[in-house]
Design a protein around this ligand. Structure first.
Ligand SMILES: Nc1ncnc2c1ncn2[C@@H]1O[C@H](COP(=O)(O)OP(=O)(O)OP(=O)(O)O)[C@@H](O)[C@H]1O
Ligand SMILES: [Mg+2]
Length: 447
């Protein structure tokens, strides 16, 4: 049974919260000073603490600090009449579980306490994952599925041969990561790895970016500049989004691949380069060839060694490994400590469509961890994030659905009224319980 401790010098608050939570079957302890509160905290080990910031004998933030230091897994909800940004940020940074403003909305207090109690319960019954302490693992390509094994085999082959490579796969499947891994594992790891995104540079300067230019080659070319091919030396030139390369430059690149020779823009001197080209493409290059948008000879040159990165949906057996990997990686980056996964999370992840592949999975976990206030990855959080992804890119007929309009309207009204639900219900001309059920149905929450 959940035991909560309320520390506030306003007796009416102590009484209201006591009555409310006792009626729900919780054990409620109360204290009207910080000192008394701290004694109860030490002796009675409550799971949830509701703590006022302004107390007659102490500052609630200091009490929060000492409670957090005890490493006793209590969740502390701060309450205050002061709404300044700094105290809120400070409290959350110090380790508060939540921060609520007075006058208290009893629904909000109840939600916060419920959530805290649920997290504690889930935490107790969920085993911890292995924690990797080194950061080197973050460059690792994760996967044990049959499709990924094929990828690793192909990578092994290209690493032992000086061949050009074409990486094909949908967005977020790990093309760039694979190119980096080829670089680390082939004989050229001490030589440069140069990235050139063919879609990010305007057509007119692509040629000079890639091949360099001589002084005076065009207006503004004040000095001779080396291109990416030259910069790559004996290393790897990663040509991202190769399908975006203009046809004219495709011809010049083909010439380079055939002879390992090229000239700078505006120059006649023939230069040599030994760099290896690893090209990436997230569409099927052969269809672009059919449409005349990609040079056939260049395609044949590149495709000799093609590695197809499978969409995440086709290797769902890798999900648990990937989730564990990202938890470790993101915990390290964000300084969080989420080492447990609630039952049901994996099933939910299995059902998602993963159009953005591994990148989408990584982003989902980052979002979940940023908002996480415990050490368990919760199913509710994952649901909310994935549903939001599903609703965001509203296309075609969905935008006209009543549910979509209703969700947006309620969300707008709530945020305009700073999430005062009673006022929102009045304005929307529905009852408070109806509003609550709609909030739940649409997974709405304050920003
Ligand atoms: N198998 C994997 N194991 C671990 N992390 C991965 C894996 N695949 C992709 N990632 C991670 O997912 C993110 C996207 O990967 P990457 O940038 O390599 O994708 P991409 O195929 O180049 O996507 P795009 O076509 O959109 O450029 C990166 O953060 C990368 O580290
Ligand atoms: Mg990429």
């Amino acid at each position: 049974m959940t035991k909560i401790l309320v520390i506030d010098d306003e007796l009416s608050i102590l009484e209201t919260l006591r009555m409310f939570f006792e009626e729900k079957g919780l054990t409620v302890l109360t204290a009207d000073t910080g000192t008394k509160g701290m004694v109860l905290f030490d002796n009675k080990a409550p799971q949830v603490v509701i703590l006022d910031i302004r107390l007659p004998d102490a500052n609630g933030l200091d009490i929060l600090k000492s409670m957090v230091k005890k490493e006793y897994p209590a969740k502390i909800i701060m309450i205050t009449a002061f709404q300044d940004m700094e105290t809120t940020i400070l409290a959350m940074k110090t380790g508060a579980f939540d921060y609520l403003h007075k006058p208290l909305d009893i629904d909000q207090v109840e939600q916060a306490v419920d959530r805290a109690a649920r997290i504690i319960e889930i935490d107790q019954k969920t085993p911890s994952l292995k924690v990797f302490s080194d950061a080197a693992g973050s460059l690792e390509i994760i996967g044990r599925s049959e499709k990924m094994r094929q990828v690793f085999k192909m990578m092994g082959l290209v690493c032992t041969r000086q061949v050009n490579v074409l990486l094909q796969g949908d967005t977020g499947t790990g093309k760039e990561l694979t190119a980096q891994a080829i670089h680390r594992n082939c004989g050229c790891k001490d030589d440069p790895f140069i990235v050139f995104d063919c879609s990010a540079v305007v057509d007119t300067i692509i040629e000079s970016e890639l091949f360099g230019h001589e002084k005076g080659a065009f207006t503004g070319a004040e000095q001779t500049t080396r291109g990416k091919i030259e910069l790559a030396g004996n290393g790897i030139l990663f040509l991202d989004e190769i399908s975006q390369l203009p046809l004219k430059i495709q011809g010049k690149l083909l010439g380079f691949l055939q002879r390992k020779e090229y000239t700078r823009v505006g120059g006649t001197r023939i230069l040599k380069s030994n760099c290896r080209i690893v090209a990436a493409c997230n569409q099927d290059l052969s269809t672009l060839v059919d449409k005349g948008l990609f040079k056939e000879d260049l395609y044949y040159r590149l495709k000799v060694f093609t590695i197809n990165l499978p969409p995440l949906k086709e290797r769902l057996s890798d999900l648990p490994l990937l989730v564990e990997h990202f938890l470790n990686k993101i915990n390290r980056e964000l300084g969080t400590d989420v080492t447990k996964i609630q039952d049901g999370v994996m099933q939910r992840l299995h059902r998602h469509s993963w159009k953005g592949n591994v990148r989408e999975l990584e982003n989902t976990i980052v979002q979940a961890l940023v908002g996480c206030r415990g050490n368990v990855l919760l199913k509710d959080d994952i649901d909310r994030i994935l549903d939001q992804h599903r609703l965001e890119p509203v296309q075609g007929l969905e935008a006209f659905s009543l549910a979509h309009v209703e969700k947006n309207h309620i969300s707008r009204i709530l945020s305009q009224l700073a999430w005062n639900k009673s006022r929102a219900a009045k304005l929307l001309q529905i009852t408070l319980p109806t509003l609550r059920s709609k909030i739940k149905k649409y997974g709405l929450r304050p920003d």
